[in-house]
Design a protein around this ligand. Structure first.
Ligand SMILES: [Zn+2]
Ligand SMILES: [Zn+2]
Length: 220
């Protein structure tokens, strides 16, 4: 499994391209912004982009979906059903954050309507990408339809904005719920063995074992 990370947007979001070495099939998790760099990386390696997987619909995770899909129109666009409304509201999201309409272009947030979700990620469904098998797990709490992706053979979980190194996702935005987030993390992430690598939506990677012991939101 090849994992290439790109830190994107003013929110320092971790966009990742994950490829199967053998087949050359790849996915992109959370394309944060219009990024020729991501497109060039995929093209230079000759990867076939099978899917664009969205952990959730916040603008820093989906802002680059349209551009990436224009370049790789065969790629599925995958998100949870409960996240569709937030995803399709991308053009309105900056305004909800208090950004003024006349500031949108300057901030790179003048979003058009994003392309249609082509596959809904069902809880425990598997997405096969060459030899890689990504299992979706519905983890509400940061948003209603947040998912994480678990790759069992590679012992890796991509946690979006559920779980970070030493902290957890915000729950004060629309659709957020603190108890639900803790429950989601316990059931779907901390239930994995300690050695699992945790690739977070912001900040450094960590492991399940480290967060189980060190994360002040989880070790009580
Ligand atoms: Zn978020
Ligand atoms: Zn985020």
């Amino acid at each position: 499994m090849i994992v290439q990370q790109f830190v994107q947007t003013a929110f320092q979001q971790n966009t990742r391209v994950i490829a199967c070495q053998k087949s050359g099939q790849a996915i992109c998790i959370d394309p944060g912004e219009e990024s020729p760099e991501v497109v060039a990386f995929i093209e230079e390696h000759g990867y076939e982009l099978a899917a664009i997987c969205l952990t959730h619909g916040h603008l820093d995770h989906v802002g680059g979906t349209a551009y990436l899909h224009e370049n790789f129109p065969e790629a599925e666009i995958v998100a949870h059903r409960d996240e569709a409304d937030l995803y399709y509201a991308l053009p309105q999201q900056p305004l909800m954050m208090g950004i003024q309409p006349h500031q949108l272009a300057a901030m790179g947030m003048d979003y058009a309507d994003p392309p249609k979700i082509t596959r809904f990620a069902e809880h425990k469904d598997i997405l096969e990408v060459g030899d890689l098998r990504f299992q979706f797990r519905h983890c509400p709490g940061h948003t209603l339809g947040h998912i994480v992706l678990v790759e069992e053979n590679e012992k890796t979980v991509f946690t979006g904005d559920c779980l970070f190194s030493g902290t957890i996702g915000r729950t004060d935005l629309p659709g957020g719920n603190y108890e639900q987030l803790i429950d989601s993390i316990n059931k779907n992430i901390l239930s994995l063995p300690d050695e699992y690598a945790v690739c977070c939506g912001h900040g450094p990677d960590t492991t399940v074992g480290r967060e189980r012991v060190m994360n002040p939101f989880l070790n009580g």
